[in-house]
Design a protein around this ligand. Sequence first.
Ligand code: ADP
Length: 390
Amino acid sequence: MLWVLAILLCIAAVMLWRQRIALSQLRYEHQRVVERAQAEHQRALGEERASSDAVIQSLEEGLLILDGQGRIVTANAAMRAAFRIRDEVRGRSVMEALRVHQVQDIVQRTLENGRVLDAEIELAVLGGVTRYFQVNSARVLNAIGGVQGAVLVFHDITRLKQLEVTRREFVANVSHELRTPLSIIKGYAETLTTMLVDTETTQKFATIMERHADRLTALVEDLLTISGLESGQMRMNVMAVDLHKLVQRVVDELAEKAAARDVGVMNEVPAALSVAADSGRLQQVLTNLIDNALKYGREHGQVIIESMPGPDEVMISISDDGAGIPPEARERVFERFYRVDKARSREQGGTGLGLSIVKHIVQAHGGRVWVESSATGGARFCLTLPANRD
Ligand code: ADP
């Protein structure tokens, strides 16, 4: 009887022992599952963080994320570049890291009021350049409504600002250019209508009025051309153009002007050289450049038009033997209304837009234009145009 009890006890002990092993195995399995799930969760979190970090870093806008105390949590690449941040700024205050009072002010207003919209800040960068940013920001709250931090987005609007300045300057320049001949015409017209003047004086005044009316017409025409070129509405009708013939046509049209200053004009472009261009627009380019050479070149001097054919493009040059253009003004003469000698340009009836039109047209053909010193120290305007491949 006793040994039966012993056997039963043994069996019970074995069963218990096996149950414990099964239990610990189960616990072990369970722990493995939990660990695996944890690892998976961590990996997913890491991946999510990495992908959102990649998005933040690749944003074109500058992004600044702050904690509830206004300390930096993240400053993305665009932000670091714009504010020239080189060191680690995490954990530092905005004032410490950026040293820009305007940003600090936006942070404070955001944390207090919830958001700041379309604030503009100016940033003086090295070399006297100023960059402009539009800043939008929002406060971030946690689940129970406490302030968790703030997000600031910086949009670089420097280019827009520059365009605005250019547009304002352009309008001011146009108004000024229009006002001068208009007031001259008005002045002479008033004199003619209110005072008795002899026929000779009447004739003289009428001639002056006509000259200024012509200047106004030229200015309006040039403005319309510029506006057409800049808006891209003017389509280039490119075809094979006989360069020698076109240059000769322009030279013949300007013959009277050349004779008035006793300037010899030489067309050195070889016959049968052709370029791929819009004939009418190229004629305008050549007229502006040869007309300038006659205006600003030396009296009794010489203007030479030459060409240099290359495999892909043809270079054309117009040289005179006048005073030339000082090196510091050689880029600027292609800007609208820029003149080296204002009085001389106006006296000659110039609009100040001729070279700007030349540059637009040449670039619309895929070419380049520049000015250098001619062999005689005068100006040599050079331009390239695509060669005609037909
Ligand atoms: P403008 O109507 O005043 O001639 P342009 O745009 O044609 O306007 O030329 C801009 C300025 O460039 C001129 O006012 C003049 O000062 C200078 N310029 C142009 N061509 C020559 C040249 N051949 N020699 C010297 N200066 C020139």
